[in-house]
Design a protein around this ligand. Structure first.
Ligand code: DP6
Length: 399
């Protein structure tokens, strides 16, 4: 509403930030590619925005002559179908809310809009940014038009996984049954405060090549993989219920085991796709083997890995394990150049490895294979940025 009032003269503006999420029960495959309706439900952990976030400013003015979009400072195609779908849905909801009546305080829906969006992390790191990007776009637009309803359904139209970034903590994207997608939305399973000891390490792998985009990859999987069909129909419904219980119980053993198995099955469906898709690299597989040696040495699940459509590993661990495991990673993948910046994000204490642990776990070091480690934790959903100095667009509506 504040944004709308300011619009009577000049430029109305709203700025939001939104988080990245990492799935522990993976989404892979659509039953409707236009509405972005999945073949199975999925479940993710929202990561803290202190380490990874998108910030987006949306502005509207009677004086703008066309819709425009800037991504990381460079003008981009505002006509992109998914950007247009989000815009159209937000405007439709705003129109519906006003019930066709004349709300003089409301921002005119006929005004063109300007959008600027930036990530606080390098895109080169290959960290999934579309989920945070679309969640942020929808949050900023909603603020601009004064919408207060739950908008995961709209974010889903930008990117499936984006609907889960509309909430903090532990989030389920429920598959839904309706053909129009009105029941395919995100629900918070537990807030980020639910499991205070949970930590996340993103192992950014070096020398990344451009992988097959998820949108194209998952469609080929739907068309060719019998394993994916079995996974969606039989495996995921069971796992989803189990995972929710592990989260409710803060049972790291159960949570970690299932997260690893589900990541592995997702990558197995990629191999079962024809022609096959490979997202994991030798380094990814070395990290997997390392995690299993580390857990075997300790006799229980201390760390759990998961991989999306790329080679970077996301590791879950409890806070008391982080320093030791980071030292294990440093010894296994000795930093090539940026030794001082090898660990980023939340502080990590120092740990000495016992000779037994080092001998059992650190087998064949591969120098330079991991670029850096980002230490973070579960965090909240999209946030409104109140401070006008943080807007990405100036009073003229330009970056
Ligand atoms: C492997 O959400 O990027 O990260 O809906 O086509 O935009 P589209 O795909 P996207 O797929 C994410 C796939 C995944 C698993 C997950 O996040 O659940």
């Amino acid at each position: 509403v504040a944004a709308a009032m300011a619009a009577e003269r000049g430029v109305a503006m709203a700025t939001c930030t939104a988080p990245v999420n990492i799935a522990v029960i993976k989404y892979w495959g659509k039953r409707d590619t236009d509405l972005i309706l999945p073949i199975n439900s999925s479940l993710s952990v929202t990561l803290h925005q202190d380490q990874l976030k998108t910030i987006t400013t949306a502005a509207a003015s009677r004086d703008f002559t066309e819709d425009r979009l800037w991504l990381n400072g460079k003008e981009a195609d505002v006509g992109h179908p998914r950007v247009q779908a989000c815009l159209r849905e937000v405007r439709r909801l705003a129109r519906k809310r006003r019930g066709g009546g004349e709300d003089t305080a409301a921002l005119s829906l006929s005004y063109k809009i300007h959008i600027a969006s930036e990530n606080n992390f390098p895109t080169a790191a290959g960290l999934a940014s579309s989920a945070a990007g679309y969640a942020c776009l929808v949050s900023a637009l909603a603020r601009l038009y004064g919408l207060e309803e739950e908008l995961s359904e709209v974010a889903r139209r930008g990117s499936g996984s984006a609907c889960r970034s509309m909430f903090g903590g532990f989030v389920q994207w429920q598959r839904g049954d309706r053909p129009d997608g009105t029941d395919s939305l995100a629900l918070q399973v537990a807030p980020e405060t639910h499991w205070p000891e949970l930590r996340v390490l993103v192992l950014v792998v070096s020398g990344e090549k451009k992988p097959v985009a998820s949108t194209a990859g998952m469609q080929t999987s739907v068309e060719t993989s019998p394993l994916l069909k079995h996974r969606a129909e039989v495996v995921v419904p069971e796992r989803l219920a189990q995972m929710m219980q592990h989260i409710r119980d803060r049972d790291f053993e159960g949570f970690g085991q299932l997260a690893m198995r589900d990541s592995n099955q997702f990558h197995a469906t990629c191999l079962d796709t024809f022609p096959p898709i490979f997202y994991l690299t030798d380094v990814s597989r070395q990290i997997i083997a390392l995690a299993h040696r580390y857990n075997a040495h300790h006799g229980h699940t201390k760390v759990a890995y998961t991989f999306d459509a790329g080679p970077n590993a996301v590791i879950f661990a409890l806070a008391d394990t982080v320093a030791e495991f980071v030292e294990v990673v440093r010894r296994s993948f000795p930093p090539a150049t940026n030794g001082d910046q090898f660990v980023r994000g939340l502080p990590v204490g120092s740990a000495a490895l016992s000779p037994e642990l080092a001998a059992a776990v650190v087998t064949e070091p591969v120098p330079g294979a991991v670029q850096y480690i980002l230490h973070t934790k579960p965090g909240p959903g999209p946030q409104l940025v109140d401070d006008p100095s943080q807007h990405l667009l100036g009073a003229d509506g330009l970056p």
